[in-house]
Design a protein around this ligand. Structure first.
Ligand code: CAA
Ligand code: NAD
Length: 282
């Protein structure tokens, strides 16, 4: 089955990035968001990044125009009826995701693959909310999507080899590097990354060092491009907390306990860069 038209659900930082790379790779793209303002903002961000790419002479003006011509706004999930693939990138919450997958399953053509960009939630459980669990898969892009090369491809218990192959081929067409991962809490990327971020937050919480100094330790001491607290703000503190909760619940091991300071910030609405305040102010 050839994938030609893709719907991306969620026009936040991940969804907009995914829509952009799909459109740049020649796919027809519908970008959907339940919030019209978020949809508008996502479309504007894509245009801004493409303009910057033209200025940097990485793409031509006509590449930009053609990419934007392949990208369309969608305000209704039923628009998925014309698509071969849906990639969901909404909030990291199982109840919200399964509701959306139920609707996508109703409206999408029989052959269509339903993928989730979830950071940590079980693909097997998302798949079970549909009548096509063999055509449900994890397609986990990294942030910022236009820059980062990795896509973790996660097989749910019932994901078919045909579905896996189609998504691996699609990932290669996006000029990304696929890595096959089995369905386990946090998959591979966040099982390793998120406990480090959580530990950095504990270090702040316990007064080991300042936010800036902890970031400096990891940037200059370990050559990380961003310190863990800058990265947490960049990812979104709500997303970090959701992921830690999935790890804590999934493994039942206290080493994954989310730091109380992380909970406190999320409760205060300090979600990081996207809300203007997290460990830093923006
Ligand atoms: N969107 C698109 N492009 C972006 C961007 C964004 N948000 N931020 C930076 N870029 C681009 C810039 O345009 C720039 O490209 P040009 O040179 O062509 O202009 C390039 O990236 C480098 O940017 P900068 O020079 O401004 O800054 P930098 O060298 O510090 O790089 C960075 C920025 C690539 C984000 C780098 O800091 C980095 O790699 N940080 C770590 C990112 C990371 O770890 N991501 C994974 C997060 S975890 C995850 O995604 C999984 C999950 O489930 C939570
Ligand atoms: P975000 O908050 O920036 O964007 C989420 C968007 O989804 C919002 O615009 C919201 O309006 C929209 N939305 C919410 N419910 C919806 C619904 N029912 N239908 C349509 N749109 C809906 O979040 P994000 O950082 O882009 O994360 C999205 C997903 O990607 C999450 O599952 C997250 O775990 C995953 N992810 C995030 C990162 C990261 O670094 N932030 C990296 C990889 C994967």
């Amino acid at each position: 089955m050839a994938i030609e038209k893709v719907m991306v659900i969620g026009a936040g930082q991940m969804g907009a990035g995914i829509a952009q790379v799909c459109a740049q790779a020649g796919f027809e793209v519908l970008l959907n968001d339940a919030n019209p303002e978020a949809l508008e903002k996502g479309m504007k961000n894509i245009e801004k990044l493409l303009t910057r790419a033209v200025e940097k002479e990485r793409i031509s003006e006509s590449d930009k125009t053609e990419t934007l011509n392949r990208l369309h706004k969608s305000e209704q999930l039923k628009d998925v009826k014309s698509c071969d693939l849906a990639i969901e990138a909404i909030v990291e919450n199982m109840d919200v995701k399964t509701k959306v997958f139920g609707e996508l399953d109703t409206f999408a053509p029989k052959h269509a693959i339903l993928a989730s960009n979830t950071s940590s939630l079980p693909i097997t459980e998302i798949a079970a909310s549909t009548e096509r669990p063999d055509q449900v898969i994890g397609m986990h892009f990294m942030n910022p999507v236009p820059v980062m090369k990795l896509v973790e491809i996660i097989r749910g218990l019932q994901t078919s080899d045909e579905t896996y192959q189609a998504i691996e081929d699609m990932t290669n067409k996006l000029s990304k590097t696929p890595v096959e991962v089995n369905d386990a809490p946090g998959f591979a990327a966040n099982r390793i990354l998120m406990p480090m971020i959580n530990e950095a937050i504990y270090a702040v919480h316990e007064g080991v060092a300042s936010v800036e100094d902890i970031d400096t330790v990891m940037k200059l001491g370990m050559n990380h491009p961003m310190g863990p607290l800058t990265l947490a703000d960049f990812i979104g503190l709500d997303t970090c907390l959701y992921i830690m909760e999935v790890l804590y619940e999934g493994f039942g091991d206290s080493k994954y306990r989310p730091c109380p300071l992380l909970r406190k910030y999320v409760k205060a609405g300090w979600l990081g860069k996207k809300s203007g305040r997290g460990f830093y102010q923006y």
